[in-house]
Ligand binder design. Structure first.
Ligand code: GUN
Ligand code: FE
Length: 421
């Protein structure tokens, strides 16, 4: 299946460089970008063309970390910090997904909203429940979006209704991995919730599954200062939170790994994050709502650590990755003034990079229109943005304006060459 989309094209080449092409074509062959052309080469004459002349076209946006079952209470419960918030609101809500009637109702709404959103790729947390997690995967598979879904593991420090026995957690994980094999678009990812939720024995068993089955890993790290203090009490023989995963070879030792947040790095631990090529999922909305802190994202980018952006629903209070980009810039600037005192915060180019190629690299060649990248694209709807300045703006300026004022409105969405919206 070959086709081209035509319009005003913008992508991030690297974190310092935007590439824009006015009135051009991106050609897709079997889900893969063949690059950008000002005029269509002869060999593509006659292929289907989606004509979005004068519209902005960018690569799809990647949400590195969000919780599907928390969509039901997004925008509520902003009065507590992480541990209290989990115990009072989040764990009781996630317990409800044992009931398939509730799970179906909630996941149908979530999947429908994700499909319409600017997100093309994602890495999701589900809950501990295998039937509900498989239902979520089936629904997502049918949308043709692509991503990872994790059945969550947790065998300690939860509410009674959301806590597994260690052996049960491992048995269910193996069963769920087995049943996930047939999906094409949606893949399983091993998901120890975070150290306070997982005993040493569970971490060790999960690490063995990761090695045996060559599966990626996602978890949370160093989000909140009370959490970090608690982790050092919970795990013996460690100096920092990073070691609590490294001890069980779950810090990118064997397979691709996403760690959400990383607001408070340890000076020894950060070298392991870098060396093991762990992806950090930065969630500025969540870090603000849960009063977790101001993550040093500029430093990570400058060090060459892999960083993607994330909504972290429902710690985060929106689904639009455009808002995550705006907030990454805002939080980066605030930090650069009040913490680092260097007035050198995250800028638009870096935020765009993180939301496309930065996070996209977790999924393979994703996040760009360069030849050989998987063809994920968004067509932006600028129609509601006041137009008096528009004719004078270049493509990059129009994009900047869209990030701040576009309300995430899209008029087209493609994933791996398939039209979603
Ligand atoms: N740490 C462990 N679980 C969670 C969660 O559900 N949300 C956030 N933001 N952090 C966590
Ligand atoms: Fe999270």
């Amino acid at each position: 299946m070959n086709f081209a989309i035509k319009g005003d094209i913008l992508y991030s080449y690297d974190k310092k460089t935007l590439v824009s092409k006015k009135d051009s074509y991106v050609v897709c062959e079997n889900g893969i970008s063949q690059g950008i052309f000002k005029t269509l080469p002869n060999k593509y004459k006659g292929i289907k063309i989606y004509d979005y002349t004068n519209k902005l076209i960018i690569p799809g946006l990647v949400d590195m970390h969000l919780h599907a079952p928390q969509y039901s209470f997004m925008g509520l419960h902003m009065d507590l910090e992480l541990i209290e918030w989990l115990n009072k609101y989040t764990f009781p809500e996630e317990s409800k997904y044992k009931n398939m009637k509730y799970a179906k109702l909630a996941y149908d709404i979530f999947v429908n909203e994700l499909k319409k959103s600017p997100t093309t790729r994602f890495s999701l947390f589900a809950t501990i429940h295998v039937p509900a997690t498989l239902y979520l995967m089936e629904k997502l598979e049918k949308t043709n979006l692509k991503g990872f879904v994790g059945k969550v593991n947790m065998d300690r420090n939860s509410v009674k209704s959301l806590q597994e026995k260690t052996s049960e957690s491992i048995r269910d994980t193996l069963k769920w991995v087995e049943k996930s094999q047939d999906f094409k678009n949606i893949k399983p990812i091993i998901t120890p919730r975070f150290t306070p939720s997982c005993s040493d024995e569970l971490m060790l068993d999960l690490s063995n599954i990761v090695k045996d089955k060559n599966l990626p890993v996602q978890s949370h790290i160093s989000e909140n200062r009370a959490e970090i203090k608690w982790v050092k009490e919970l795990v013996s023989g460690i100096n920092c939170y990073e070691d609590a995963y490294d001890k069980f070879e779950l810090l990118g030792t064997h397979t691709n790994t996403i760690m959400a947040h990383y607001v408070w790095p340890d000076e020894k631990g950060i070298e392991k994050i870098k060396k093991n090529k762990v992806w950090i999922a930065h969630s500025p909305s969540s870090n603000r709502n849960l009063s977790s802190g101001l993550a040093p994202i500029k430093r990570y980018l400058d060090m060459g650590i892999k960083v993607g952006l994330a909504t972290d629903i429902a710690g985060g209070s929106y689904i639009s990755m455009f808002r995550a980009m705006e907030d990454a810039i805002t939080v980066g600037k605030i930090r650069s003034c009040v913490v680092d005192n260097n007035h050198n915060g995250v800028n638009l180019k870096e935020a765009f990079y993180m939301a496309t190629k930065g996070g996209g690299s977790f999924f393979g060649k994703v996040g760009s229109f360069e030849k050989g990248y998987e063809f994920d694209a968004l067509v932006l709807d600028e129609s509601k943005i006041p137009t008096v300045l528009m004719p004078k703006l270049n493509i990059a300026e129009r994009f900047e304006r869209f990030v701040y004022m576009g309300n995430g409105m899209i008029s087209g969405k493609f994933v791996f060459g398939k039209k979603i919206v």
